[in-house]
Every structure is written in C-alpha cells, then in structure tokens.
Write a new protein. Sequence first.
Length: 120
Amino acid sequence: MTDPRDSTLTLNPKYDANGLITAVATDVATGELLMLAHMNADALAKTLESGEAWFWSRSKGRLWKKGESSGNVLRVVEARIDCDQDALWLKVDAAGPACHTGERSCFFRRIESGALVRDA
C-alpha cells in the first residue's frame, strides 16, 4: 500500500521515533557532498524560514545553526525531500568549511582495503 506522502505536493515530513529526519547538504555549484546531519521540526522550520541551515544536535540535545560559532554558515539555495518524505537534501552555498574539523567536507576520508585514506 502506498503512503499518501509518496505522491503529494504537501510537505509532511516523516520524522523517526526521536522526532528527527536525516538531512544531507551538497555544494550547489559542484554537487560535492558536504555533510549529513539531522533535523527536527523546529530545525526544518528555521531553515526554511531563514534560508540558512539549522540542525538538531543529538550529542548536545539542542538546535544549532551551522556556523553559529565558526561563521561557516550554509546558505540554502534549494531544499528537496525524498519520495516518502523521510530524508532531506539541501543544496547549499557554503561560507567556508562544512566540517567541524576544518575540512571542506565531512567526507574527507576514503576507505581503501579496510583502512582510512585522507583525500589529497
């Protein structure tokens, strides 16, 4: 049976048991995957309202605006939701590194033969 979320044009996110939805952010110009995080309803609302990415920090148990301390905000150019509305894709213009380590992307390491290799 098909869930009505699968074909509607009404935004109706399917949050998990913790009230969260997965969100990925990619660079709008290059398509590079920058980060993966989670949003609750408040974070999604603040993101859509402000045009800058907000997330729910599972470790800190609070809302956080990407770049609130570093200044490396993610300006949302386009927001998409998948077919069953349980994952978000943010196309962003990043004002600096997306990763808290200072790397451009949180995905700066490859797994090769079971070992991690840093991108050049």
